[in-house]
Design a protein around this ligand. Structure first.
Ligand code: ADP
Ligand code: MG
Length: 502
């Protein structure tokens, strides 16, 4: 028997609103101390009343629209009742019967074909987060921090459409990007702003048969996965574990498991019997939520660019290769920096002191800029944990350098020196090139003497080259480069050498 993995995700993301979901305590991910952003409402004091934060509602609608969801124009909150020390009210305000968004879809690359795979989104609903417990090693008490209690949280649930850890990874990465791009969540997994739960079962399959076993297998839920990689690894581990059990004729137990990153294995946490009855009922302290089509249209109109749109635009506008585009989309700050440089190259307003390259060579300029941003700038900025935009190299200076490289005024190794110097000092390329005497010599007149000298002093290499040894030309170019102290334009040198040795 073969098995087909059946996997569905439940993903929680904290929204990056200014204040909490039902009160005006701040929603600050960088709190320095516990229990500073709390008030009687989020502490669940008797007699207090919640008030809906519409910034949060709007963000969930935006998230839903981005995933092609249907938006429920009439909905309401419900109470999910359970006791836990991090839940001051003894219930969580959530949505159950009618989520804000439902029936969406997100496409992910399909390893098996060119046509992307569609992952169906069951629902996205809005709720509030709980506080955080700290279990101190060796102590017989725990501490609780309520800063997070009442922070707006959206929960997204997918249909069981995934088949592998790889697909789960692709989906989660794209979702994380989408939420960051739309500004609905910072989606930082290290800060617990994005949390993934994986549901997984195996379905026996008869190889090469058109008959499918109708029922889904018993599922296992893996909770508290705090990195996308762990989620993907946990999926792959469970596929193996469940396959082995089924092959031995054993049954899968419906249970919640955790991921042990040290052992690279899942482990049982609790079984189905301990499942909660949450006794959901409509929240009596909050009015229902109602929207018009016009209101939703206005929200849609104001939506920021999605990663998928940026990919298409970068391809069309700048003609960059996919690997560059993926990098500029995955790192929005790097992509933004590239766009600023590109806009300087296009307008040429601040570059008027330089010779303007022909319009049909613009693609080459963009590619040059992309190369230096992806290799040099990215590395230097990361080394000091700075955003590219916050470095001393302005997009204008960067564009200036790119044009000089294009014209051959400076060599590629010279450009690296200039970039390093600009990064450290913020001095203009023009001044650095002058001060460091980096200008590349491209005039035939100036280079001819050095070429003649190399030919005269290296007769053997000349003979070898004439006999067809290509490497000897490289050697001769190297000799000229050395003579010029690295300032000669190697392409021009090669041309003169070719001419003279014909
Ligand atoms: P529960 O009530 O146990 O939380 P749900 O029906 O709400 O279960 O589904 C939770 C998640 O589990 C969804 O992402 C869904 O796609 C997925 N799921 C449901 N049944 C299965 C199954 N048999 N195997 C794998 N995933 C499943
Ligand atoms: Mg569940």
């Amino acid at each position: 028997m073969e098995y087909k993995p059946v996997i569905g995700l439940e993903i929680h993301a904290e929204l990056n609103t200014k204040t909490k979901m039902f009160c005006d305590s701040l929603n600050d991910p960088d709190e320095k101390h516990p229990n500073v952003n709390v008030c009687p409402v989020c502490m669940g004091h008797p007699g207090t009343l919640p008030v809906t934060n519409f910034e949060a509602v709007k963000k969930v609608i935006i998230a839903g629209l981005a995933l092609n969801c249907q938006i429920n124009k009439g909905t309401f909150f419900e109470r999910k009742n359970y006791f836990y020390p991090d839940l001051p009210k003894g219930y969580q305000i959530s949505q159950y019967q009618k989520p804000l968004c439902q029936n969406g879809v997100l496409e992910i690359p399909n390893p098996k074909s060119q046509i992307p795979k569609k992952i169906r989104i069951t629902r996205i609903h809005l709720e509030e987060d709980a506080g955080r417990l700290y279990h101190l090693p060796g102590k017989d008490y725990s501490l609780v921090d309520f800063n997070r209690a009442g922070v707006p949280l959206m929960e997204l649930v997918t249909e069981p459409d995934f088949e592998s850890g790889q697909e789960v990874r692709k989906f989660a990465e794209e979702l994380q990007l989408i939420w960051k791009y739309l500004g609905v969540s910072d989606a930082d997994m290290e800060k617990g702003q994005l949390r993934i739960e994986v549901n997984i079962s195996l379905r026996p399959e008869i190889p090469n048969s058109k008959f499918q076993i109708p029922k889904l297998g018993t599922k296992v839920e893996i909770k508290n996965l705090n990195s996308i990689k762990f989620a993907a690894d946990a999926v792959d581990y469970e596929i193996k574990r469940q396959t082995e059990l089924l092959d031995k004729g054993e049954k899968i137990v419906q249970e919640t498991r955790g991921w042990d990153e040290n052992k690279k294995a899942t482990f049982s946490q609790r079984s189905k019997e301990e499942a909660h009855d949450y006794r959901y009922f409509p929240e009596p302290d909050l009015p229902p939520l109602k929207f018009t089509d016009a209101e939703i249209a206005v929200i849609k109109e104001g939506m920021l660019e999605l990663p998928v749109q940026r990919r298409a635009r970068f391809k069309e506008q700048y003609g960059l290769p996919d690997t560059d585009i993926n990098l500029f989309v995955a790192s929005k700050s790097l992509g933004d920096y590239f766009e600023h440089v590109a806009s300087e190259l296009l307008s040429f307003d601040k570059l008027a002191h330089l010779k303007k390259p022909p319009v049909d060579e613009q693609g080459k300029l963009f590619k040059l800029a992309a190369n230096y941003i992806i290799t040099e700038l990215k590395r230097m900025a990361e080394a000091v944990s700075a955003d590219p935009a916050d470095t001393k190299i302005t997009p204008e200076m960067f564009a200036d350098l790119v044009v000089r490289v294009f014209h051959g005024q400076i060599s590629s190794s010279g450009a690296q020196t200039v970039l390093k110097e600009m990064f450290e000092t913020g001095v203009s390329p023009e001044k650095i090139i002058k001060d460091k005497d980096l200008e590349q010599v491209s005039s035939v007149g100036e280079l001819e003497m050095a070429v003649d000298k190399a030919i005269a002093e290296n007769r053997q290499a000349v003979e070898d080259y004439k006999k067809g040894k290509e490497a000897s030309l490289k050697f001769l170019i190297g000799m000229v480069m050395r003579e010029s102290k690295g300032k000669a334009n190697p392409q021009v040198v090669a041309e003169i050498l070719n001419q003279k040795l014909k």
